[in-house]
Design a protein around this ligand. Structure first.
Ligand SMILES: NC(=O)c1ccc[n+]([C@@H]2O[C@H](COP(=O)([O-])OP(=O)(O)OC[C@H]3O[C@@H](n4cnc5c(N)ncnc54)[C@H](OP(=O)(O)O)[C@@H]3O)[C@@H](O)[C@H]2O)c1
Length: 458
């Protein structure tokens, strides 16, 4: 617990006037403060280039905290929290402005640093150079937001560069999906239930489906999204992260090693037309662009546990449903009886759902589906007691626990795999299929499924 720290910790946020800081970071920090986990000896330095006073800045973040903080927001707590926040005007593309930061640290007697780069990766190197030249940061922990670069080559370069400035073990690459309650719960469910852990392999499981669907489009993020697309925005990171958690061999082992081993065993795709379908919603904002807003993939993991079990991954914008979930389809026991299904619901509902077979009530021979649902987020107490993903991840980084942060080798493998798929898709001249907004995506993605699973059908 960081409450025991003696020297002051400085939390510096580059990009403190951005969407991520307003919607996620400040509410998360407020929650941690409210829980008494930041104690008194901390300082938040909010860096921005706008001409704000401290009061201007805290007036802005007040409404975001009131809207997005998980815990009760009281005037008293807010004012106490604001006492720890200083807005610092600087342009981080100007080397001389880092002297302003250096002086700030000196004046505030800050010896330990958590630095959050809530900015585009195009600024990572400039910020690192500015910090290196002024040598203003001691005992650093640096949190990086995805995307970690704008291409694999550039991300690899940046990774090396930042490692050399800050030290490899001091870089925390965040994927907030790994802070989500139900993603963490996958490992607990796998580990602590005999009836689940014993069937978690190819002998009992027919297929696994990981979906992350949204009803919204790309809204104001047009230029970012048009360069990124669904594959890089969702699949390379969040969805492959979930896949590796679901598929890891030893749920009690070192998380990073286990995830890395799954990625290493992903079967290289031979026929891309049977492995991936890309789509774009009708009336996409950028006319003439072929950026995908939907991606469906069928992947295999070549190891003893999962040989020939298809993993279906899909993500899409402007779909008919908002959900992030993992569905485990078990093998059929009899050809005329539907198989058991276990669903781990990550978002917006958090919980576990099970469909299985029972005797039809009253009748002597019939079989009927039984559906059981545990809705964790429907319970007020559970919901209030569950930290948000960013709250969990920031606390872990403050405590120096990097077990749920990604290492570069893992990111590199994910990135290489998806870039290769994209290249093959393009070379095969496969289209980006247009789908109706409010639908479940392009119907062509049905072609990937040779299982009879209805969940996959669009
Ligand atoms: N938003 C999310 O939920 C989310 C989730 C995951 C990852 N990310 C990633 O996190 C990064 C930040 O996202 P965001 O949505 O917060 O972006 P954003 O809203 O565009 O914010 C970018 C921030 O950087 C600041 N900035 C840019 N150039 C600057 C300069 N020269 N000197 C000082 N400040 C400068 C901006 O200041 P101004 O206000 O003055 O422009 C703003 O505070 C992006 O790489 C994004 O892909 C975001």
């Amino acid at each position: 617990m960081i409450g025991v720290q003696v020297s002051k910790i400085g939390i510096t946020i580059f990009g403190s006037t951005g969407d991520l800081t307003y919607r996620k970071l400040m509410p998360a920090l407020y929650n941690l403060f409210s829980r008494g986990l930041l104690k008194d000896n901390f300082d938040i330095c909010a860096i921005g280039r706008r001409d704000y006073s401290n009061k201007d800045y805290t007036d802005i973040i007040r409404s975001w905290i009131e809207k997005f903080a998980r815990l009760e927001v009281t005037e008293e707590k807010l004012l106490e929290f604001f006492d720890h926040i200083n807005y610092l005007k600087m342009d981080f593309t100007k080397e001389e402005d880092f002297e302003v930061l250096n002086n700030y640290y000196k004046n505030n007697d800050i010896d330990n640093h958590l630095v959050y780069l809530a900015v585009s990766p195009t600024f990572f190197e400039e910020i690192a150079v500015g910090i290196e030249k002024t040598n203003c940061i001691k005992n650093p922990k640096i949190i990086l937001e995805k995307p970690f670069g704008d291409s694999l080559e550039n991300a690899a370069y940046l990774s090396k560069r930042l490692d050399s400035v800050f030290g490899k073990d001091n870089i925390y690459r965040i994927d907030h999906y790994l802070g989500k309650e139900m993603v963490r719960n996958i490992l607990t469910i796998r580990t602590n239930n005999h009836m689940i852990s014993n069937v978690w392999d190819k002998s009992s499981i027919d297929s696994i489906h990981i979906s992350a669907l949204e009803t919204v489009g790309i809204d104001g993020r047009v230029s970012y999204y048009d360069e990124t697309g669904a594959l890089m925005d969702m699949v390379t990171n969040h969805l492959l992260q979930i896949l590796t958690i679901v598929a890891m061999d030893d749920p009690l082992g070192n998380i990073h090693e286990q995830q890395y081993n799954v990625l290493k065993d992903l079967r290289p795709v031979e026929d891309v037309s049977k492995s991936m379908i890309l789509g774009q919603y009708e009336n996409y904002e950028v006319v003439g662009s072929d950026t995908e807003t939907y991606a469906a993939l069928k992947l295999f993991i070549d190891n003893d546990r999962w040989e020939d079990v298809p993993f279906f991954i899909r993500t899409g914008k402007k779909c008919d449903n908002r959900e992030v979930e993992v569905a485990i389809n078990f093998k059929r026991k009899f050809s005329d009886i539907d198989p058991d299904v276990l669903i781990i619901k990550v978002q917006p509902t958090e919980g576990v759902y099970l469909e299985f077979n029972i005797k039809t009530p009253g009748e002597e021979s019939g079989v009927t589906r039984a559906k059981m649902e545990f809705c964790q987020s429907c319970d007020d107490i559970f919901r209030q007691n569950t930290p948000e993903a960013y709250e969990r991840m920031i606390l872990a980084s403050l405590e120096g626990d990097d077990s749920w942060f990604s290492k570069w080798d893992q990111i590199e493998l994910s990135w290489k795999f998806i870039e290769e798929l994209k290249r093959k898709y393009k070379e095969a001249n496969l289209p980006v299929y247009i789908y109706k907004a409010g639908s479940s995506g392009p119907k062509e993605s049905n072609n990937l499924a040779d299982t009879e699973d209805q969940r996959w059908r669009t």
